[in-house]
Structures are given as structure tokens and as C-alpha cells.
Design a protein. Structure first.
Length: 74
């Protein structure tokens, strides 16, 4: 996990929320949805990104809650 922000990653049959570079998880949850809710709250508070990993460990979704350098027009 090298990307800055909060990561939702599999941990056995559960899901953990881990800040990039942290050695310990900030929380372990029974479902991925519970972990995503917690990680989203942390990412919004810290104005960072949220990375959601699948069971295979690969990033399947990402959301930014920070000050984007190039926000989309529209």
C-alpha cells in the first residue's frame, strides 16, 4: 500500500481499514461495507483518498475526498 489515504483490504474472512504506511489497522470489520463506511469517514476527515481492494488484493475502486489539483469541469 503505497498510495496515500485509507485502504479497505481483506484480512482473513474479515475486512480491515488501514492508513497507507501504517503498520496496524485502524479497524477490522465483519463486512466490506462496514469497513468502507469507516474508511470513507476517515478519508473525508483527513481529506485523502479511499482505496477499496477486492479479495484478490487489487484496487477495484477509488474515491477522492481531498483537494484535487485538477477538479473536473462541469
Amino acid at each position: 500500500m503505497t498510495k496515500r489515504g485509507q485502504h479497505v483490504v481483506p484480512k482473513g474472512d474479515k475486512w480491515s481499514v488501514r492508513k497507507a504506511g501504517a503498520s496496524r489497522a485502524s479497524g477490522v470489520f465483519a463486512t466490506q461495507e462496514e469497513a468502507i463506511t469507516r474508511a470513507r469517514d476517515l478519508a473525508r476527515t483527513e481529506k485523502t483518498e479511499l482505496f477499496i481492494h477486492g479479495r484478490d488484493g487489487r484496487i477495484r475502486e477509488r474515491n477522492s475526498y481531498g483537494d484535487d489539483p485538477h477538479p473536473p469541469k462541469g
